[in-house]
Design a protein around this ligand. Sequence first.
Ligand code: OGA
Ligand code: NI
Length: 311
Amino acid sequence: MAIPVIDFSKLNGEERAKTMAQIANGCEEWGFFQLVNHGIPEELLERVKKVCSEFYKLEREEGFKDSRPIRLLNELVEKKSGDKLENVDWEDVITLVDDNEWPSKTPGFKETMAEYRKELKKLAEKVMEVMDENLGLPKGYIKKAFNDGEGDNAFFGTKVSHYPPCPHSELLNGLRAHTDAGGVILLFQDDKVKGLQILKDGEWIDVQPLPNSIVINTGDQIEVLSNGIYKSVLHRVMTSPDGNRRSIASFYNPPLKATIAPAPQLVEKANQDDLEMVQAYPKFVFGDYMSVYAEQKFLPKEPRFHAVGAM
Ligand code: OGA
Ligand code: NI
């Protein structure tokens, strides 16, 4: 079983209806799908891979050697207790947003990543328009919700992550199981080194590496806006004893001050279709959700919706 691979370029041709349906299926049944022919130039993607790997070598690798996960793992191995490490991830990560400090030693990093982020943000907006249409919402509905009305207020971030080889991969995860807090996530994962898995029908399955594809997944805020038609899906990253896995996740989220609620059209439709069904999610301020998430990221998501609904 493999997550769906969808040719995004077919959206503009004869196979538009079929492609729309494939994306609907990816959103409803999987919460994760891979796009090929997504319109991001290959040449740009090649540069992104190059500058990110160079950045890790030049600016991060040395520091990872005395990082918290290494220390905790060494302690555990010395104790020989047979326990696993439950509270740490084997991940090196920096986050790029428009106005934070970016790494400056790696030639071409800033320019390339700025160009990449611009392209990815446009792709996120295209994907959101497809979701609008598939959900029967007015064009631009999700974008507007994630921009707190008009304008350009979305929070668009890019995590540059590496999962270095781990000498005891049986003792901890690269990234513990979670769902993503925000809106739409676009992941550019390693060409060869696998590690990302999603929970599908009770089974962990690999998100198979596919060079230069972009993996799309839906976060908790898409679940809320869609009134549960699109669920955020649990995923995790496994460690491996060989290979340094590169993964670049960009997330299109609402700003902290945005109010998020299920789309009224979808609540009404749910009510018509099934009298038992009421609005399945509360209305809340996204910043409040993030406060809850900061405490409960690696716990089941349902209590997060309850907690923020009670705030
Ligand atoms: C995340 C995430 C997966 C990866 O950052 O939320 O799930 O492959 N990342 O790095
Ligand atoms: Ni995630």
